[in-house]
Design a protein around this ligand. Sequence first.
Ligand SMILES: NC(=O)C1=CN([C@@H]2O[C@H](COP(=O)(O)OP(=O)(O)OC[C@H]3O[C@@H](n4cnc5c(N)ncnc54)[C@H](OP(=O)(O)O)[C@@H]3O)[C@@H](O)[C@H]2O)C=CC1
Ligand SMILES: CC(=O)[C@@H](O)[C@H](O)COP(=O)(O)O
Ligand SMILES: [Mn+2]
Length: 382
Amino acid sequence: MKHISLLGATGSIGTQTLDVIRKHPEHFTLESMSVGKNIELALQQVHEFIPALLSVQTKEDYDKLIHKVPNKTRVVFGTEGLEEVATAPKSDILVNAVLGSVGLSPTLAAIKAGKTIAIANKETLVTAGHIVTEEARRYNVSLIPVDSEHSAIFQALNGENIKEVDRLILTASGGSFRERSRDELEGVTVREALNHPNWSMGAKITIDSATMMNKGLEVIEAHWLFNIPYEQIDVVLHKESIIHSMVEYIDGSVIAQLGTPDMRVPIQYALTYPKRFESITNERLHLWEIGLLHFTKLDMERFRCIKFAYEAGKVGGTMPTVLNAANEIAVACFLEGRLSFLEIEHVIEQALESHTVIKKPTLEEIIKVDAETRAFIHSTIK
Ligand SMILES: NC(=O)C1=CN([C@@H]2O[C@H](COP(=O)(O)OP(=O)(O)OC[C@H]3O[C@@H](n4cnc5c(N)ncnc54)[C@H](OP(=O)(O)O)[C@@H]3O)[C@@H](O)[C@H]2O)C=CC1
Ligand SMILES: CC(=O)[C@@H](O)[C@H](O)COP(=O)(O)O
Ligand SMILES: [Mn+2]
């Protein structure tokens, strides 16, 4: 029986992780979980799974539910609450499915506690990839990818020699506006942007997908997870999201992982690795029903966020921290109707251009740059 800690239980990845736990009660049990603001769903989840520990976002949220949780569930809150959930003594594996760089401190706490981490929370790897991966090496902790592209690469690397890898090839759907020219992006609505062609996901990642910042963040995520230089990471547009990513080896062989677009598959693989269990979904890939798979060269002038991400990744230091923090705030403002779609990339570009990079930042420096960048974006939007 694996005891699971879950950060972000009420989100898209969080609820799908609970589906996987539900499917295999003889193998998995929920030990601890965190939520943000969705107290109603959190209460349903704790009454179903009775975890030993629940963390909510604030003291106010704590007051709202403390008298409604089962006796066996202890309730905590805030950043320390996230860290407690991530390091719950009985847990074997942490699923980090929280949104944004708030996931950094519990990730580092879990590493120090020696927990295996199934990582969906890409912002943590983007903002502080060098620290997270150095700490993981120091404490001999495995970071198992959940993100569909990285899970695909992880599977395509299985049993191979990393030194024989020529390129990682990430596939990109192109997002909600893939059929539109740059001029046609003027005035697009939040509702249109939230309409992803292939995946049902949380709001922030769906917007990231539309700007293609998601793929940019994933390039940086791949760099850190697989220790591969940016020059050897490519992106190809693949509108069906059936090939989840590929690895090309020095002999020209390309190994791809395919499947229907369902995040419960990579989530489950991260929990069962190196084994495979029967899937929660009965849906199988019938290629004859799909017929054609399409691939298109990426245009970095059409999707400028991906260019920013490559540049920030190559400069390194605090540049990816700025990229991530600027993007988190810009997307939140777009979702609130305070910024237009094209302004997202504009304010990110301004933040990157005005930043003086710190080459090998400490954790404290990363936290400071993250906060300063958020304030910078807010000040430009006012
Ligand atoms: N959705 C997907 O298919 C995929 C997602 N990912 C990555 O996984 C992560 C989660 O994405 P997704 O599930 O879509 O996001 P959602 O927005 O659906 O869920 C986010 C979760 O984090 C919680 N949360 C948000 N902010 C805070 C905070 N400040 N403090 C504590 N908890 C917080 C939310 O709580 P609440 O709702 O209660 O407020 C919710 O449980 C992201 O990093 C994303 O890039 C990667 C690949 C695919
Ligand atoms: C499901 C998943 O992993 C997402 O990151 C997905 O890949 C988004 O799709 P695109 O960014 O390719 O549109
Ligand atoms: Mn992905």
